[in-house]
Design a binder for this molecule. Structure first.
Ligand SMILES: *Cc1c(COP(=O)(O)O)cnc(C)c1O
Length: 425
């Protein structure tokens, strides 16, 4: 697969290089130069998730990675359930949160980890990342036990919920967690500084496992086919995707481009509504980021949006007909959680927001699928406030509750981190 830098099309790289490098020159995103259409989509839709996903990834990557390797990577990355639940005869919830970190980011993070394990050249490789909670769990579980890769995760000491801390700080093995006596911004700053330090960057083979990595996006294409398999008539299917950085919806549009013939897709945002305003007015005019109860989407500069535009401009998708965007505020999100709960479905705030956007836009004759991106137990506090309800602990959280946190603690300065890194790596 040949990929181009969106900001500088003269920079062309293989999939392997794009995965290892993350970003291109001028901080440009890599994006496939061309897409081929799948030949037998109805046949694919009849297959179970893992074999179908293997076929989709072989279609995308087959010119660079042999079929058996793709099969091994997909099978080991997607080793947890996915579920489409019918709420009524025309609306389905696509539950993407049954992985080890209870969020849809497991799909992308785990596939990317298999790519790095496959591609790295035997030298040292250290994934260094800062987290305020959620990303840490997805990354820790994705790389746990991957041969030749060490993971170091920084987080602000005492500012991650105890349960969340247990989810990523009790693994051990090649996952090393560091509680930093500082806030999240300092943790991020420390990671940045490490990447600028040649001794660390080269010596430890630092890689960021960043969310803009193309490996994560391509892996996410697979579950849109599961949505397609859940509905009666795929040509009538409308998707609703709770969107922050717009990676998830980019994957949905790639699925459309390679042949999944759904009707249209809604990008549902919270009050951070840069994209809905842009689609309405043609002006890119981000406001300061606002805090909401759907905090994984508190983003006013969605860094994958250039890839969405690229699909329209260079890859022939007619975005005017395919893509719409709608913003909902916290009150509307809570109202959606209540309505869903009354109808017997417990949704986390992000998933409820996607349902509300779908509920507003679905027209007669259409069938809707909204993407459920996090397990309700990850947002217990909001659920308790909104529904006055205790969420039972899922097995993944119950299993770690009694375990010991293995993190070391350091001061929030670069020398302390450098000492820690050279000791553990
Ligand atoms: C990351 C995240 C999103 C947003 O996904 P993007 O790909 O950034 O648009 C939505 N919901 C949850 C729970 C998330 O963690």
């Amino acid at each position: 697969m040949l990929l181009c830098n969106i900001k500088d099309s003269s920079e062309q790289v293989s999939f392997r290089e794009a995965v290892l490098r993350g970003l291109g020159r001028k901080q440009g995103l890599f994006f496939p130069d061309r897409f081929e259409t799948l030949s037998d989509v109805p046949g694919l839709l009849e297959m179970p998730f893992v074999p179908r996903s293997t076929a989709v990834m072989q279609h995308l990557l087959g010119d660079e990675i042999d079929a058996a390797t793709v099969e091994r990577m997909v099978t080991s990355a997607f080793d947890f359930p996915i579920a489409a639940r019918a709420l009524d005869d025309r609306v389905h919830a696509l539950e993407l949160f049954h992985g080890p970190s209870l969020a849809f980011k497991d799909f992308g993070a785990r596939f990317m980890a298999r790519c790095l394990a496959e591609f790295h050249d035997g030298g040292p490789m250290t994934i260094l990342t800062a987290t305020s909670g959620d990303t840490g769990a997805a990354v820790a579980h994705a790389y746990f036990g991957q041969p030749g890769i060490r993971v170091v995760i920084l987080y602000p000491k005492g500012r991650v919920s105890p349960l969340q801390e247990k989810l990523f700080c009790t693994l051990g093995g090649n996952v090393h967690t560091v509680a930093v006596d500082a806030d999240f911004d300092t943790c991020q700053q420390l990671v940045k500084q490490s990447f600028e330090d040649p001794e660390l960057k080269e010596g430890l083979g630092l890689n960021s496992a960043n969310s803009i990595n193309i490996a994560r996006l391509l892996a996410q294409v697979c579950y849109y086919f599961e949505a397609g398999a859940a509905v009666n008539t795929i040509e009538n299917m409308v998707l609703s995707v709770p969107s922050g950085n717009f990676g998830n919806i980019t994957a949905g549009l790639i699925a459309r481009r390679i042949g999944l013939p759904y009707k249209r897709v809604i990008a549902a945002t919270n009050a951070n509504d840069t994209v809905p305003r842009f689609l309405a007015s043609g002006h890119w005019d981000p406001n300061p980021t606002i805090e909401t109860i759907t905090n994984a989407m508190d983003i006013s500069l969605p860094n994958n949006f250039p890839r969405v535009l690229e699909l329209g401009e260079r890859h022939g998708l007619s975005l005017e007909n395919l893509l719409s965007s709608l913003a909902l505020d916290d009150d509307e999100t809570r109202a959606a959680m209540r309505t869903l709960h009354r109808r017997g479905y417990l949704a986390d705030p992000h998933s409820a927001l996607a349902w509300a956007a779908l509920d507003r836009c679905l027209e007669p004759g259409e069938e809707g699928v909204f993407l459920c991106t996090a397990h309700p137990a990850k947002f217990m506090e909001v659920i308790q406030e909104t529904l006055n309800l205790e969420v039972p602990l899922p097995a993944e959280l119950a299993a770690v509750r009694g375990k010991t946190v293995l993190s070391s603690t350091i001061a929030g300065d670069f020398l302390a981190l450098k000492r820690e890194l050279t000791t553990v790596c």
